[in-house]
Design a protein around this ligand. Structure first.
Ligand SMILES: [Mg+2]
Length: 332
């Protein structure tokens, strides 16, 4: 038997720290956030559905709680915003025990602490179906520093953080009943939002356009190119790949598609003027996160994935298909 909703909300409220920007947090009809002068409040919402975005046979609830926070913080990072508050709405299956709810909340609070975000409100309900998680995050960005998808210019360099395809490779392993290494499990179950990188790019005015990679490089890059009305040339031999990914790729070249279309990388993809190369390399060292220049922005409005031999590569899959679902899971 699970605790009542009021008891649950009180429990959550007791655990929620309140940051200085939150005038009113959990407990009133609305939360209230004080936006500093000359800053904008950026907001993003994400829906995570059991059976579509995650599978409880494969993930533990603690990791799912952390991930629910991280994937939303990633959207704030993608525009250069500093995360401030998070609202959480959950539909909990009637079959869930108090312990299961606790495990999920422990993960959520670990995520909140990790990114120094206040849980400022939300809602809970019993779900007659699967677990439903809706997270809304808000953050601040100086009004002159917000990085949109629409600012890429012809001749800009194309950059990506971290490594690509690890989460897709993990899912591929899970689907083939292969065990995951600690590295792949972390990349898949507990992705790290690039919050510091996003903010530094904004504050130091280093990027012209940006987004986070949730659906895979090839699909997400097209969103950026469309928004900026430009094209791009990506050199595949430059793609940043982990050692584990490279080892698998040696045995099966078709796995390259996971780095291009695998989804759930939660790395930042951004464009920058070539004169910013030194500054970006310094930033990479300063925040201890690899940044890799993978191509350039072109005037022809198409995306060319160029192989080492100069030929154009065509990925086999163009969209990430989680659990065989046909639901469009592209995220804003
Ligand atoms: Mg996004």
């Amino acid at each position: 038997m699970r605790a009542g909703e009021f008891e649950l909300i009180n429990k959550i409220r007791r655990r929620a720290s309140v940051g200085p920007e939150i005038r009113l947090g959990i407990g009133d009809d609305c939360s209230s956030i004080v936006v500093p002068p000359n800053y904008e409040l950026l907001t993003s919402t994400d829906l995570l559905l059991e059976g579509v975005h995650f599978c409880l046979d494969w993930t533990d609830l603690y990791s799912l709680g952390i991930k629910s926070v991280a994937v939303n913080i990633s959207d704030l990072a993608a525009m250069g915003a500093k995360p401030v508050s998070l609202h959480l709405a959950v539909g909990l299956p009637a079959s869930f025990s108090d312990e299961q709810v606790e495990q999920f909340l422990n993960g959520v609070f670990a995520g909140l602490e990790r990114y120094e975000v206040t849980l400022a409100g939300g809602d809970t309900s019993r779900s007659v179906g699967p677990l439903v998680i809706s997270v809304t995050v808000q953050g601040f960005c100086h009004k002159d520093q917000v990085i949109t998808r629409g600012g890429a210019g012809v001749g800009d360099d194309l950059w990506v953080s971290g490594t690509l395809g690890d989460s897709g490779l993990a899912l591929h392993f899970l689907q083939s009943n292969r065990p995951l290494s600690a590295f792949l499990a972390a990349r898949h179950y507990r992705p790290e939002a690039r919050a510091v990188l996003g903010q530094r790019l904004a504050i130091e005015n280093l990027a012209t356009a940006m987004l986070d990679l949730s659906d895979g490089l090839s699909g997400d890059l097209r969103h950026l190119l469309n928004a900026s009305a430009v094209g791009a040339r990506v050199e595949l031999e430059r793609l940043p790949l982990s050692n584990e990914f490279k080892d698998e790729l040696q045995m099966d070249q078709s796995l390259l598609d996971l780095a291009l279309c695998g989804g759930e990388d939660y790395e930042l993809l951004f464009t920058a003027k070539p004169k910013m190369r030194d500054s970006l390399e310094q930033l990479s060292v300063a925040i201890n996160l690899p940044l890799c220049r993978i191509g350039e922005v072109t005037s022809t409005p198409e995306l060319s994935l160029v192989m080492a031999n100069g030929l154009i590569y065509q990925p086999r899959s163009s969209a990430f298909d989680h659990f065989g679902s046909t639901k469009d899971r592209s995220r804003e």
